[in-house]
Write a protein that binds this ligand. Sequence first.
Ligand SMILES: [Zn+2]
Length: 405
Amino acid sequence: MITSTTNPQPADFADVRATNLAVVLRFVREHAPCSRADIAASTGLNKATVSSLVADLIDRRLVRETGLTENRVGRPATMLVLDGSPYAAIGIEVNVDYVTAVAVDLAGERLLSWRRSFSGPLPGADGSTGQAVAAVAAIVRRVVGRMAKQERQVLGLTVGVPGLVGTDGTVLIAPNLGWRDADLAGDLAKALRDPGFAVQVENDANLAALAEHRFGSQAGTANLVYLTGEIGVGAGIILDGRIRRGGRGYGGEIGHIQLDPLGAACRCGRTGCLEAVAGIGAVLRHVPLSPAEVEIELDEVVRLARAGDVRTLGLLAEVGRQLGKGVAVVANLLNPEVVILGGYYVPLAPWLLPAVEEEARGRTIAPEGGGCRVVASTLGYDAAALGGAARVLDSVDSGRLPRIS
Ligand SMILES: [Zn+2]
């Protein structure tokens, strides 16, 4: 369901207009409040064109006027801001025993944030997706219902999955969900009975990276890598301001870079993979059965670390060093400006980060780690779901505008 925009196409009038509408919309998003003259001066579009484009965006209720400026030289100008009050973008994260849903308006303001835990594994986590699709569809219908009550039109839905997601939205393999070759986007659209908005599926790390890029403490950083700190570890890679998925969409599997040939067994069947020696499983004393159990164990680890427990501090330093080796691979290969640690790494960051940074700097050939900083995410556990909503806003910003209703 992810459509490529790289196909060369003749730029007919409608394309040019859609592109220019998107240019103006993005300018207002970044510079609001701003005037039509500001837009013309910065984009190079002539004033008449800008007026026409702005009128179109106002008709679509993507932009609205907000009075006159008072303290400007020359004639007072009518200022423009994003509107988007009639719209919502939805992101969902599906994981082993929870589903998270987030909705935001066009400006990115949070409209709702839900997390539904399942007492056992997600229905259908035995390998068939049918029950899982029905469970996710039920949640989506509730979110859409809530948005309808607020008289909002849903712009689109992106579902994040921990696994390999092809560029066509097919889930090739999601080991923790037990899924293989699942047409999740298609099945979900069917279950929602042609909902009238696009349903897309994306890798969860990619979505979390998009959320950081749009909403996080490092928002706008053009070269950014997000590492999920779940039982598995995946990377979402943004280079030159764009998410990078690779040829078939399977890039970013940093969790299965082998750091230690003699290291612990990985769930993938290999040994010494990054997620086996530096994932959250390496920190915990027991193999956790659910996120609730992980959180209880993590709280205990944090408590012991705060109390200065020598064994705990030693363990966190070792996990930090292993993670630092992985960050060094990323730094040497991609030279990101920042690597963001997410998920369960966040509460452990005060103890992990010094070891991660020292190890990564020592292993990066460029001085100072190539300028790469390592920070903890500030977006919390719903980063991937938020990124799903961000992906919908990205497609609006790139010109896929809602029709005038
Ligand atoms: Zn592995």
